[in-house]
Design a protein around this ligand. Structure first.
Ligand SMILES: Nc1ncnc2c1ncn2[C@@H]1O[C@H](COP(=O)(O)OP(=O)(O)O)[C@@H](O)[C@H]1O
Ligand SMILES: [Mg+2]
Length: 413
């Protein structure tokens, strides 16, 4: 598959893929099923190995009762067209359907997804976070330069090729849409959802903009650095979001940092302030983060905690979430809060206020009460019971499993 530099046919026209039907039995004949790699809202991903060559491949199964053929082909062709970026997962030319699913092949990411390696309530070592920021920033910038918005940026959709994050790739383009189009709001929100989407009514929907990815990327960076969500939802009903919002509205004054943000350096806070600007017009572009990578993002004590975590001395933490697909990790220990020299800005930071007079930029973590930050768990963007399309696949012939083999076509996005 080649990637067209610009212009070209609209995404919807990409169904002009040349498809020739083959028997799905051919996959069985050539590939051995090894294990399930993950589960999402719309299906599952299996690991397969070529019977003679041993080459591994990930097969993504998307259930027909939740996804139309048009949407499936859009996901496949979008992924194929973006695969020329070294930071975006590559598809294979395996494309077929079974009775219940549409299926396509992807390169196998042997180290799983980013969610699995983030130690809860501790976060990843800063240098690993920066490697992810760099590579994912380039992946998103590439998409945005083509007028596409991912719309589901989160650790579960970041695939790893090694556990040190030297090679990571953005995946799952099932929600990707063109910037500028209007989409219906899906039910529910996740912590990565931008405030303008949380505020949008169900009926009128909202406009797709690159800013949605920038916001989600900001939340993702917070999650990687801390092992917590900054809030459950970017909505006025959320105490943590409101605390952050009040601080932003006040012009982000130094010394009155919201409780969850005291662990960061001033440089990191400047970056978050730009990535997480509530007004989408004020939000920066994703590549604006690159200039912050050279700065230290975490304060000294937090970095020491993360080094201890790296050595396996993870006191008070429940250990890394184990993967295994969509279940959501259990949060055994209360989350940690880091206190600073500033006074507590709201009730939700009460847990840290007693330790907040030390005069240090950061102090040792203290256990949070019931108002502690939201524990990270796997998330889904929409209600699992509602399809990602308005209507599922129209009555297709389910009598036979077919293989739809895409030939080498240049797809323009
Ligand atoms: N190519 C791959 N290599 C290894 N694991 C994968 C691969 N693709 C997906 N996974 C795993 O499967 C999970 C679900 O895949 P994803 O494409 O995100 O499906 P969904 O659209 O249902 O969310 C991912 O979170 C990841 O853990
Ligand atoms: Mg996914």
């Amino acid at each position: 598959m080649a990637c067209c530099a610009g212009g070209g046919a609209p995404v919807e026209d990409m169904q002009a893929l040349a498809i020739s039907s083959l028997s799905a039995a051919d996959v069985d004949k050539h590939y051995e099923h090894l294990r399930e790699l993950g589960k999402g809202t719309y299906g599952k991903v299996d690991l397969m190995a070529h019977r003679t060559q041993g080459t591994k491949m990930a097969l993504k199964f998307v259930t027909k009762n939740k996804t139309k053929l048009k949407s499936f082909l859009r996901e496949y062709s979008l992924t194929a067209s973006l695969s020329c970026s070294p930071f975006i997962v590559t598809v294979t030319d395996v494309l077929f359907e079974t009775e219940d699913c549409y299926v396509f092949g992807q390169e196998y990411a042997p180290a799983g997804d980013l969610f699995d390696i983030i130690p809860p309530q501790v976060g990843l070592p800063e240098e690993m976070v920066k490697r992810c920021m760099q590579q994912l920033g380039l992946a998103l910038d590439f998409m945005h330069s083509k007028g596409l918005v991912h719309r589901d940026v989160k650790p579960e959709n970041v695939l790893l090729f090694d556990r040190e994050c030297r090679r990571v790739k953005l995946a799952d383009f099932g929600m990707t849409r063109r910037a500028g189009c209007r989409v219906k709001r899906v039910s529910g929100t996740i912590p990565y959802t931008a405030p303008e989407v949380c505020a949008a009514g169900r009926s009128e929907g909202f406009l797709v903009t690159a800013g949605l990815d920038v916001w989600a990327f900001g939340v993702l960076v917070f999650c990687m650095l801390t092992g917590n969500f900054p809030w459950e939802a970017a909505a006025p009903t959320d105490a943590f979001y409101e605390e952050f919002r009040r601080w932003q509205k006040a012009g982000c004054p130094a010394g009155t940092y919201p409780s969850q943000w005291r662990r960061f350096t001033d440089d990191a806070l400047r970056m978050f302030r730009r990535l997480l600007a509530a007004d989408p017009e004020q939000r920066c572009g994703v590549k604006d983060v690159f200039c912050f990578i050279k700065y230290t993002l975490l304060g000294e004590l937090r970095r020491r905690a993360s080094c201890r975590a790296k050595r396996g001395e993870r006191a008070g933490s429940s250990g890394p979430f184990v993967g295994g697909g969509g279940g959501g990790g259990a949060c055994a220990a209360p989350p940690a809060v880091y206190a600073s020299s500033s006074a507590s800005a709201s009730s939700s930071s009460a847990a840290s206020s007693s330790a907040s007079r030390s005069g240090l930029r950061l102090s040792e973590p203290v256990a949070a009460g019931p108002l502690g930050p939201a524990c990270m768990k796997r998330t889904v963007l929409s209600d699992p019971l509602s399809p990602r399309d308005e209507s599922p696949s129209p009555g297709r012939d389910k009598t036979k499993s077919q293989m739809l083999m895409a030939t080498a076509i240049e797809i323009c996005v």
